[in-house]
Write a protein that binds this ligand. Sequence first.
Ligand code: F6P
Length: 318
Amino acid sequence: MTSGGDAPGMNAAIRSVVRTCAYYSIACAGIYRGYEGLIEGDFIELTARSVNNIINKGGTILKSARSKEFRTKEGRQKAYEHLRKNKIDAMVVIGGDGSFTGAVVFNEEFNFPVIGIPGTIDNDIFGTSHTLGYDTALNTAVEAIDKIRDTASSHNRLFFVEVMGRDAGFIALNAGVGAGAEEILIPEEDLGLDRMLESLKKSRRAGKSSSIVVVAEGDKSGKNVYELAEYVEENLPEYEVRVSVLGHMQRGGSPSCFDRVLASRLGVKSVELLLDGQTNLMVGLKNNEVISTSIAEAIKGGHTINMELLRVSDIMTT
Ligand code: F6P
């Protein structure tokens, strides 16, 4: 199943799980709409040929959802009954930490074997350097910011560009550095509004005529991106400010080659772990090796952001 916010590379992971099952002569079913479909018994048999020509497709052919009912004992009981009735004896969940929390509870209650594949553009999962979809989303964000820079520079404007990341600043920080932003605001560190004003003043003094500030959705400035724009216009009237919210376009599109390869590797590993009798693990990437971590640890561990990048960004704005 795919669960939670969709991410580019989820289809490539479905394909990998299905083809690995076919390789080992294991019957495989897809569960539609994550835990919602599990509760309703909305399954489809998947063969190696069912997943032709999806490695390059964004979104998820199995669809995705965030299920409220799975948070209830009754919902999980229904889900378990459908799995038993359909003779399903193990599950691969492709999703983020919310989806993994559901998997851990389900395993505790019914002792049902589960392996997690990290799929979220936010990259906020412990136990892997990259989650599926993060690389693609990052490239989408950088491409969009490059385009905004063209118009910002033509009109000598300052743009606040909001990128996704409700709780994590991976996209903001890396897209910000990659697109040469003047300032980057992330949830992990409140740099304060004074610092932002100071840095914008510095930019002007240094002769820059246009600027980009990348803001993560969940940044800690206490102002949303439109309020930030107003705040700068009030305090630095020399700036003409515009806002651009990139939004869900960051979740769509054809996965990058990196995400396709990662998905293929993680899918193979997930099925092989189950065949080996292992459960409650999340597969991930560390130093370019496929590794596994207990799902509980993956949820609790958090994923620390590379603060050195903020320093690099500072130096680059000189
Ligand atoms: O997939 C994670 C994420 O992209 C977050 O960064 C964002 O806040 C959230 O999903 C929004 O998701 P939705 O619109 O599906 O609730």
